[in-house]
Design a protein around this ligand. Structure first.
Ligand SMILES: [Zn+2]
Length: 208
């Protein structure tokens, strides 16, 4: 089916970007009201169309399937419902995890062209990407991510873990993930250079 092929192709692409190492990460997409998510424990570099599981609103596999859905399927289901999105991406991108360590109260982004990639203004638009604490309890993690959501930002970072991004399609969720990785990397590198970012209220600026 189309969504199986799309999830497999997307997983391999995100693996190639270095964000799904060691079987980490997962992607999901809605087909009508039915949610499909990548299977647990599969190497994303070789994930195929058969490595996709149909799940319910709590991320549990529908009957009659042999594969186990990703443990984080529940988080995907919660995000799609809360954000009214059609697809979600979860990756262990280093940039997001490091940015959350640097700015645990939320990652500030401002004044850079790539912000348009997440639907925000290139200049003068202050964006803070929410950061929530990690949990091994998927019900708890789902609640934290949903509570942490900002309606103007299609991403939540889970500290010491990875990022969740969503969109109206898998293509949009992936494009936003790529923009966010660039933005986090940019913020971290500017910070390392000691550059002052205007309009960003952080401890870094107060040190000046
Ligand atoms: Zn994860």
């Amino acid at each position: 089916m189309a969504q199986h092929e799309e999830l497999a192709r997307t997983s391999r692409r995100l693996y190639d970007l270095g964000w799904m190492r060691g079987t980490s990460g997962n992607v999901s997409v809605l087909d009508g009201s039915q949610l499909f998510v990548t299977a647990s424990g599969v190497d994303k570099s070789s994930l195929g169309e058969t490595d996709v599981v149909e799940v319910d609103g709590h991320g549990a596999a529908l009957p009659g399937q042999s594969l186990t859905p990703s443990a984080e399927a529940r988080v995907h289901a919660a995000i799609l419902e809360a954000a009214r999105a059609r697809a979600a991406v979860h990756v262990h991108a280093m940039s997001g995890v490091l940015a959350a360590a640097r700015w645990p109260g939320g990652v500030p982004l401002v004044d850079v062209e790539q912000l348009k990639g997440i639907g925000r203004g290139a200049h003068g638009d202050r964006v803070t990407v929410p950061v929530v604490a990690n949990s091994q309890d998927m019900a708890e993690l789902s609640a934290r991510v949903v509570q942490g959501m900002d309606t103007g930002v299609p991403c939540v970072i889970v500290a010491e873990h990875g990022i969740y991004t969503w969109g109206g399609s898998l293509e949009e969720a992936v494009a936003r993930t790529e923009s966010l990785d660039w933005l986090f990397e940019h913020a971290l590198r500017l910070d390392a250079l000691g550059a002052v970012r205007q309009n960003v209220d952080t401890p870094f600026l107060e040190d000046q």
